[in-house]
Design a protein around this ligand. Sequence first.
Ligand code: C2O
Ligand code: CU
Length: 546
Amino acid sequence: CIASHYTFTIKETPYTKLCSTKKILTVNDQFPGPILKVHKSDTIYVKVRNRASENITMHWHGVEQPRNPWSDGPQYITQCPIRPGSDFVYKVIFSIEDATVWWHAHSSWTRATVHGLIFVYPVPPKSLPFPKPDHEVPLILGEWWKADVREVVEEFLTSGGPPNVSDALTINGHPGFLYPCSKSDTYELAVEKGKTYRIRMVNAVMNVILFFAIANHNLTIVASDGHYTKPLNVTYITISPGETLDVLLHAHKNPKRIYHMAARAYSSNPNIEFDNTTTIGNLRYISSSKANTSSLSESYPNLPYYNDTSAAFRFFTKIRSLYSGQVPVKISRRILTTVSINLLMCPDNSCGGPNGSILRASMNNISFVTPSHVDILKAYYYHIKGVYGTRFPTFPPLIFNFTAEDQPLFLLTPRLATEVKVFKFGEVVEIVIQGTSLVGGGLDHPMHLHGFSFYVVGIGFGNYNISENPSSKYNLKNPPYKNTATVPRNGWIAIRFIADNPGVWFMHCHLDRHQSWGMNVVFIVKNGKGPNQQILPPPRDLPPCY
Ligand code: C2O
Ligand code: CU
C-alpha cells in the first residue's frame, strides 16, 4: 500500500543463522527491513525511533532530496546521530527517481543489517516504459556475520588492518544451502510459467562487488540506480555495493526443474581477502512445487570467474540511459581526483596493516576525517568555525603514472583532514576519478554521490591521460544516469552533473572499509539567487549535537 507516514523502530532483535543466534539491529524487528512504496515525486515522512543501544542515522540512497540535506542522513556530515531513546522524523522528498532505490543506516557499519528497498512507481496515467510485469520481487543481496558487527568494526579500526570478511552472503536474508546449517534457510522464488517478474534488487553488502545469475534464464535490465535504461539482455549481472537494478525475468522454461540463482564476490585483485563463498536461492515453477520435489533435476547458473574484470565491466559498460540528449555538454568546473589506499606507519610497526602499518584511504591524497561533535551541514548553515576547511584540491598532488608499480613515496602518507569542495549554484561539474596502484596493486571502487544523479560519460582502464584528451571518446548521448559508479582497478571514470541542489553532500566509496579509512569528500553547493534555489529551513526536531 502507498502511505505517506511510516515509523521505523530501531531495535536489537535475535536472529538465528548458520547455527548460531545473536541480536542484530533491525527496523520493526525485520531483517531485511520493510519496503517503502511511493509514487514518483511523493514526499514521505519516516519517523525513526532509536530503541537500540547505539547511535543511528538513516539515508535514502538514490533519492536526491532537493534542497533538503537535513534528511540525507550521513552521520556528522548532515546530522548528528539519533541517540538511544530519541526520535527524528525524516522528510524524504522524491523528485526525479523513476525506479528502485533503497534506504540504509548511515552511522558506523549499522547499515550491515539496517536496510531495505524503496519501490518507486509512475504517477498514473503515466505508465512504465516496458510491459507491465505480472509480479514484483524484492531481492536484497546481503551478508551475515556470526560476530557482532560492532565488534568487527572495532577490531578492524583499532588494529589498523583489513576487516574480517562476513561468514555468509545472503539473498533476502537467507544464506542458502551451500552454507552450514542453512538447508532450510534458502531463498525460494515460486514463479508461474508464462509470467513476467520484475526483480527489484540491491547489493547491500559492505565490502564486495557481486556477480549474480539465474540458471537458464536470461535477464532484462530495465533500470539502474532508480533511472530507466534501454532494455538490456544479459546472462549475468555485476552489481556493486550501493547499486540498485530493476530486472525482468520471464518464466518460460521447463517447469519440471529447479533453477538455482546465485551470487558471489567479484574482486579484481586476488591479493585482497574477500568472501569467496556463494549464496544460492531456488527458482521453482509453481506447477511443479506440489510434485515430489526431490525428483526434480537442478540447474546451476554460470557465474563469471571471481577475478574476471572484463566480464564485470562488460556488464557495467553496456548500460545505457533510456532517454538521450540530456547530458550537460559544456562544463564549467572540472575536478581530477585520485582514489588510493594508503599506509601510515605506527610505533614499532605493530599495527594490523601490511608491514605492521595502519591502513587508510584517500582522495587526492587527503584522507577524510569525519567530524566528531558537529555535522558539516550545521557548521555550514550556522557559520560554525573550525569544523571543516574548504581546500579540497581539484587536482592530485602530482600528475604521474597512476598505475605504475613504483609510486612516489610521499603519496603513501596522505594528509588527514576534513576538506570540502564548494560549488556555486548551477555549476556544470565534471569529476574524473582515477584509481591508483599505490598499495596492493589497486582495486575497484564503487563511488557514490549523495544529492545527485550523474551521467557516467566515460570509463577506461589505465591512466586518464589529459594530453590525450579522453573526453573525445565520451558518450554524451545516452550514458547511464546513476548515483554509484565503479572505478575499475587502475582505471578511471568521468561523471557529470549540474550542481543545482543546494546543500552539503557526501561522496564516498561504497565499500565500507574504504569509507571508514577516509576515501570520501564532501561537496557544498551554495544557494542560488532564484526562487526555490535555497536550502530548506532545518526541521525543529533535528537531533542535537554535543
Ligand atoms: Cu548508500 Cu553514503 O551511501
Ligand atoms: Cu573503495
